[in-house]
Design a protein. Structure first.
Lengths: 461, 928
């Protein structure tokens, strides 16, 4: 829409609003855009072309056209629609069944011309209110969008910090992998009955030393891990990992699930080190013996075995699998097109009602706790983004919460709206055990359109 | 749910204890079998052919209005008094009571609309074996045989019906208790003298539960001792009997040999099962018998727990066996035997002699009244759910209907809308401004129903409770204190609705200044009025609870009727007697039709429950209750989308059309299942709205003459034996045949189109089909197979709007379906849609529409009436027509106008464009 046209339309709206005569002749209920099809005193052809009728049958309260186009101003056609100009507010189409039904639908009262209903023209008042609320919304959107930019920026900078550290770690990673491979060879060798026992013994000792050194490397690694683990939750989240594109081996710009799983070998949390089974603690004790070579015996053999098992257990043990599984879950996380929702991760937001305290921990869970005693109820675990196709990031879905008696598992739908603050604004339970939460965050604020556009973008006179 | 537990606290525990013992099906263990009901067991143990009763002919007295005669039980010498009446309209009334009962026995009040007018009986002959009486013109006789006592009603040489022909008349007389508890001194002597009698009757008090009976943890004290009654009826020539609702069973009643009898005892049955004779929420002790020759009815006027046994001499036979009988010409006549057993009261039976189905409906209507004529909007679509949470929720659902362009008239609020289940109040947080909410609905010309149950929270800060208590209006327990039981609010009292003063007070509570927040567009739903008592025996009231002088035992099945009666009266009174009420009830009895609508209670979202809605409502229609429906979608569980759509399609063609859902099920407003399903549901609801003029006319007739709205096919085709057991399709009035799709994944249905030489028109395609055939109709998910009878005229309103009120002044389209002889007839009924003015001031239009000799005309059927409508005739669609050269409209002012028309030769459909004539005047359209 050109500026000139916009101006013209605006002045028209003003003119009509103030009642100075700009009367456009057209049959009742016809929008300006279709006026050309309704030419007085010429036969009218149904807009679907199905038949042609004399013009006096347009709006004669009998439906002649299959598409309802001959009765734009009466209720005669079941599929017709009526256009209200609504000068001063927004024009609208209403189903023709709402013409003269005794209920005021158009703010300009034009739908009730013969029903006896007394309607007040409320268009100007509605227009004013809408402009006001749009203005307020526009301001919120504007500020919110600025905040969003900041969020995006912060998310980006945090990533860059981590990247540096990770690059450093990347260097030692390869060596470590090589050593794992080497140890495997040692073990195989140690098991080879054809080899000289002593040689084997010596070699294995060296390898064992290597292993101990490796353990030390790993300690270093763990320290790096701590640096990476921004939120100190004991795990490096996939998001944290995925933000480091230097870890991306196929350089396709993203870390796939498998790639991330491989990475998890290298960033084992300290916890699992502490949790290693007792048998594999022996090598660490030996470390205290100033690394003197123990005599070759079955004990040594078992030490080697133990070391290998230790390593394997780190890679394949239950703790590891658990971590991987946890990571697999996290892999589903999608913090939005510019990671603008990343700041919500590991945060929680509460809303207190008369009976309960509701708690939303984005990307994690929703819960409800009675205010006056009683245990917490899980209202759903993070499921997925569930907005409509064109606006996926406007709704979050949490499901598989605590089961209901004879009912479904509890679930929560979180509707996100643009706001300056991050806050839960309301909760309800529209259906048994299906909760609805409203949540404002700057992260969903869209780039504000100019106010004029908002007000006149879809204005038609 | 968490909130539920907190709120329900102790109640929940009880409730769970009562209901949770099973999984999804009904817990049968909560409800008695005949064997567990002492009187039923005693009565059923009697063997036929040993009747101890003898008529004492010397006591016979004949007056203008009745015949009286004493009967004696030769075993115990107790005398009974028989009264016989010949009633106007071809009915016979048989009353049997004790001649001198120890104390009065209960006789059911308030069910008959008047003392039925009698006609004189005349004595034709008499000898020592019996008497023969004339029943009037149709060579009908009543024969009283003396020993054993027996009654036979004959027409010519044919026996229509016999009473006590199997000798199962049994009347437990009231007696004084003879064990030590009562009168330790006097008892001994008495016992000696009466011992022989008692022994002769084979009564061993304790075992037979005559004075006390325990079921589960509940003990029923029976201070009056045994009091049950029983009588058998034989119906020669009859193979089909119907009625005695409410049961979740087929339309045609089954024989009960080898199983339990059908039970009539109003109960709140949690998750009821299908296809069995267990009692449900309501009881109408009326059975219809039908054969190709005659339709009759038996109305057993007794409000106590009742069991009905049915046996048949042909039921066990295979088709081959019956064929063999026929070929050999041997065979006994088919016969159905029925036996009624009630726990107390007297025998008071009305035998309705037909002979046509229509006659039986009129006869029954003359006794108990007709269907209340509902406000037109009550015939439209109702949106319900347990629960719409708050005012915002109500507004959002209301808005949802407009956004999706689906019409609805009523939105309903279940128990959660109240302040702690205190009826007549509102939850102050969820519904702080009920009048604003109601005004919002009124602005859209829509309405609301709130629930008002008869259990009253025992709470000294609750006005309703305090008033009932202070006025002494509560039902009393056997010891004279206020009876209390558990229901939704926790500990509750139960107002004694049998007390007319209580009912008058209750009615006054619906006044706008009493029921705060109520407005004229708010109506009422009475649930739980069996009454439901969560911790009572069989989840209902103790039988020894007292309603004045009578035990609940005597009148149990009447309680629900009285609740609805008082509520409907309240709604009438609040409008100064102007407005018609609308009250839905779950429990009912004979006569409940006068007060509003019933629904089939807490059904389940399963295909079988969709199917059973047809026979359940057909059965109710046969015994007066036309305004019947089932919860669309099913109450318990969550329906599949396909089931929900099919249920809307079926419900749109059943009288009471309301969607409802359990609290624990996911939301299911029509637009929640994707645009395609929204469109399917919208279309079903729109079909309902377009047809409202016809529905309204059918209800006018139900109100006027007692003819059911929803009818089994045999009612209109009484000689067509193929229709006698049909309950997967039905008629609306005479003219529409509906065969809804009730099969999951249904690809087609086989509809039976009755009437040899008749034709039926598919209402959607106008395709013509011949009668007397099984027609296979391929269906899609959008199909609702409905056919209009050739020979009928049906008015519709094609302009479907967001509520029925919005359509009030809209024009009519007439669908004229021609018979093969090019004839058709129909009606048009119009009034203001909501007041009693149609009745009190004759303000209505009732016109005869007829098509004959190529002319369609409208003539006044009610010259004494007057009403002005702005509605006009928009369009006339003539099915099975030929193409005229011209069509002329003639109006009373002598004007003639040529009408334009379209003719579809492929379907033979003639459409006359815009006659434009007012719907209330005479006119004729002549085709040339």
């Amino acid at each position: 829409m050109s500026c000139a046209l916009l101006l013209l339309l605006t002045s028209l709206a003003l003119a009509m609003g103030t009642g100075t005569a700009v009367e456009i002749q057209r049959p009742r209920g016809v929008p300006q855009s279709k006026r050309q099809f309704y030419e007085e005193n010429k036969p009218f052809t149904c807009l679907d072309g199905s038949s042609t009728i004399p013009f006096d049958r347009v709006n004669d309260d009998y439906c002649d056209c299959r598409d309802g186009s001959d009765e734009p101003g009466t209720a005669a056609c079941p599929n017709g629609s009526f256009h209200c100009t609504n000068a001063g507010f927004r024009p609208a189409f209403i189903p023709s069944s709402r013409i003269n039904d005794g209920i005021c639908d158009c703010c300009d009262t034009t739908d009730e011309y013969n029903s006896g209903a007394t309607c007040q023209n409320t268009c100007r008042e509605m227009g004013r209110k809408e402009r006001e609320s749009l203005q307020i919304m526009a301001e919120i959107t504007k500020e919110g969008f600025l905040l969003k930019q900041q969020l995006i920026h912060e998310a980006k900078r945090a990533q860059e910090d981590k990247q540096g550290k990770l690059t450093e770690l990347q260097g030692s990673k390869k060596g470590l992998e090589g050593k794992v491979e080497a140890l495997r060879t040692v073990k195989e060798t140690a098991e080879d009955p054809e080899k000289e026992a002593k040689e084997r013994h010596l070699k294995s000792w060296e390898e064992q030393k290597e292993l101990i050194r490796m353990e030390k490397d790993k300690t270093r690694m763990a320290e790096a891990f701590l640096e990476l683990d921004d939120d100190s939750d004991g795990y490096v989240s996939v998001a944290e990992l995925q933000s480091h594109l230097e870890l991306d081996p196929d350089s396709d710009g993203s870390l796939t699930e498998t790639e991330t799983q491989v990475r998890c070998l290298l960033f084992l949390p300290l916890k699992s080190r502490e949790d290693v089974p007792p048998t594999v603690q022996t090598p660490e004790k030996r470390e205290d013996d100033e690394l003197s070579m123990p005599p070759y015996d079955t004990e040594t053999q078992s030490l080697i075995d133990g070391a290998y098992i230790h390593l394997q257990s780190l890679i394949c043990g239950p703790e590891f699998i658990w971590i991987c599984r946890n990571l697999e879950k996290e892999i589903g996380f999608d913090f939005g097109p510019s990671a603008e929702f990343a700041y919500l991760y590991s945060q929680c937001y509460e809303l207190s009602t008369s009976e309960y305290i509701y708690r939303l921990c984005p990307f994690n869970r929703v819960s409800q706790k009675p205010k006056f005693g009683g245990s917490e109820t899980n209202l759903g675990l993070w499921g997925q983004w569930a907005g409509p196709e064109e606006n996926l990031y406007s709704v979050m879905k949490y499901d598989h919460g605590q089961g209901c008696w004879q009912g479904p598992n509890r679930s929560t739908t979180v509707k996100l709206t643009c706001g300056k603050e991050t806050v839960v604004t309301s909760t309800s339970e529209p259906s048994r055990c299906e909760y609805l939460m409203e949540f404002t965050t700057p992260a969903v604020c869209q780039e504000p359109a100019s106010l004029d556009e908002v007000l006149h973008g879809h204005t038609e006179l | 749910m968490a909130a539920f537990i907190v709120r329900m606290g102790p109640l929940l525990v009880l409730w769970l204890a009562v209901f949770l013992s099973g999984t999804w099906a009904v817990d049968r263990g909560n409800f008695k079998t005949c064997d567990q009901s002492a009187f039923c067991k005693r009565q059923r143990a009697l063997k036929p052919g040993q009747s101890p009763y003898r008529a004492l002919l010397e006591t016979l007295e004949l007056t203008n209005t009745k015949l009286t005669l004493q009967l004696i039980n030769d075993n115990n010498k107790v005398r009974l008094l028989l009264e016989l009446y010949r009633l106007q309209g071809n009915m016979t009334r048989v009353k049997i009571n004790e001649l001198k009962p120890l104390k009065p026995r209960f006789e059911v009040p308030d069910v008959l609309i008047n003392n039925p007018p009698t006609e004189p009986l005349s004595l034709l002959s008499q000898d020592e074996n019996g008497v023969v009486l004339s029943l009037g013109a149709d060579s009908q006789w009543l024969i009283v045989s003396a020993k054993p006592f027996r009654l036979d009603i004959m027409e010519g040489r044919e026996v229509l019906l016999s009473l006590n022909s199997r000798g199962l008349l049994a009347f437990e007389h009231l007696r004084i208790r003879k064990d030590t508890q009562v009168d330790p001194e006097g008892a001994e002597k008495k016992e000696e003298t009466d011992a022989a009698n008692e022994q002769a009757e084979g009564e061993t008090a304790k075992e037979d539960g005559m004075w006390e009976e325990t079921f589960k943890s509940h003990t029923d004290n029976k201070p009056n001792g045994p009091s049950s009654i029983s009588l058998d009826f034989s119906l020669p020539g009859v193979e089909h009997v119907y009625g005695i609702p409410e049961h979740a069973d087929s339309l045609k009643l089954k024989t009960t040999d080898g199983g339990d009898p059908y039970r009539l005892f109003n109960l709140d049955v949690f998750q009821y099962e299908l296809f069995n004779p267990m009692a449900l929420y309501g009881a109408i002790p009326v059975m219809l018998s039908h054969s190709a020759q005659r339709t009759m009815g038996i109305f057993w006027l007794n409000a106590a727990e009742t069991w009905v046994d049915i046996s048949s001499n042909t039921a066990g036979k295979t088709v081959f066996g019956q064929m063999l009988d026929y070929v050999q010409g041997s065979s006994e006549t088919p016969q159905t035997d029925v036996r009624w057993i009630s726990e107390s009261g007297i025998i008071d039976v009305f035998i309705m002699l037909g002979p046509t189905p229509t006659d039986v409906f009129s006869q029954y209507a003359s006794l108990t009244g007709t269907q209340a004529f509902p406000p037109l909007s009550a015939l439209a679509y109702h949106q319900c759910r347990w629960n719409y949470n708050d005012q915002e929720d109500v507004a959002a659902v209301d808005q949802g209907f407009d956004e999706h362009d689906i019409p609805y008239d009523f939105i309903w609020l279940d128990i959660e809308h109240t302040d702690g289940k205190r009826y007549f109040t509102w939850d102050p947080h969820k519904f702080p401004q009920p009048k604003d909410m109601l005004q919002g609905l009124m602005d859209k010309r829509r309405k609301m129903v709130t629930i008002v149950d008869p259990h009253i929270k025992v709470d000294s800060s609750y006005k309703i409770h305090n008033e009932i208590r202070s006025k002494g209006f509560y039902v009393k327990n056997k010891d004279g204190g206020d009876y209390e039981g558990w229901c939704w609010p926790g500990n509750s009292g139960y107002p004694d609705f049998t007390n007319p003063e209580m009912r008058a007070w209750w009615a006054s509570m619906f006044a706008y200044d009493q029921y705060e927040g109520s407005m004229e567009n708010m109506y009422t739903w009475n649930d739980m009025n069996e009454p439901s008592v969560f911790n009572g025996p069989e989840v209902t009231m103790h039988k020894d609870a007292l309603h004045g002088n009578w035990e609940n035992r005597d009148l149990h099945n009447l309680y629900g009727l009285y609740v609805q009666m008082a509520t409907a009266e309240g709604l009438i009174e609040r409008s100064g007697g102007v407005e018609r009420p609308f009250v839905l009830t779950r429990a009912f009895f004979a006569g409940s039709q006068r007060y509003g609508a019933v629904w089939t209670g807490d059904n389940t979202a399963e295909w079988e429950h969709l199917k059973i809605s047809i026979p359940m409502c057909l059965s109710l229609g046969l015994v007066g209750v036309s305004f019947c429906g089932a919860d669309v979608g099913g109450f318990f569980k969550s329906p599949s989308t396909e089931l929900l759509v099919r249920w809307y399609q079926t419900g749109a063609y059943q009288p009471f059309f309301r969607a409802h859902a359990h609290l624990d099920t996911p939301r299911r407003e029509p637009w929640l299942f994707g645009p395609e399903n929204t469109a399917l549901i919208r279309e079903a609801v729109r079909q309902r709205y377009a047809l409202l003029p016809y529905w309204y006319q059918l209800f006018y007739h139900a109100h006027h003459s007692g003819q059911p709205v929803m009818r089994p096919l045999w009612v209109e085709y009484p000689q067509d034996t193929a229709t006698f057991s049909m309950d997967d399709q039905f008629l609306l009035g005479r003219d529409l045949l509906v065969h809804p799709v009730t099969e999951e994944g249904g690809r087609g249905v086989t509809a039976y189109l009755p009437g040899k030489g008749e034709v039926w028109f598919d209402v959607h395609t106008f395709q013509k089909h011949n009668g007397a055939q099984n027609l296979y109709i391929p269906v899609t998910i959008s199909s609702i197979p409905v056919f209009q009878r050739g020979g009928s005229i049906i008015p519709r309103k094609a302009r479907v709007r967001r509520s029925s009120s919005c359509m009030e002044h809209d024009p009519y389209t007439l669908f004229v379906a021609l018979s093969p002889k090019r004839f058709a007839q129909g009606e048009l009924y119009i009034d203001d849609g909501h007041t009693f003015n149609f009745d009190k001031q004759k303000q209505f239009i009732h016109r005869r529409l007829s098509f004959a000799n190529k002319a369609l005309s409208s003539r006044n059927l009610a010259p004494g009436s007057q009403f002005i409508t702005p509605s006009w005739i928009e369009k006339i669609v003539i099915l099975g027509a030929s193409k005229p050269s011209k069509a002329t409209l003639k109006t009373p002012d002598g004007k003639e106008n040529l009408l334009e028309f379209e003719f579809d030769a492929s379907m033979s459909v003639l459409t006359l464009r815009k006659p434009g004539v007012n719907a209330g005047v005479d006119w004729t359209v002549v085709l040339q």
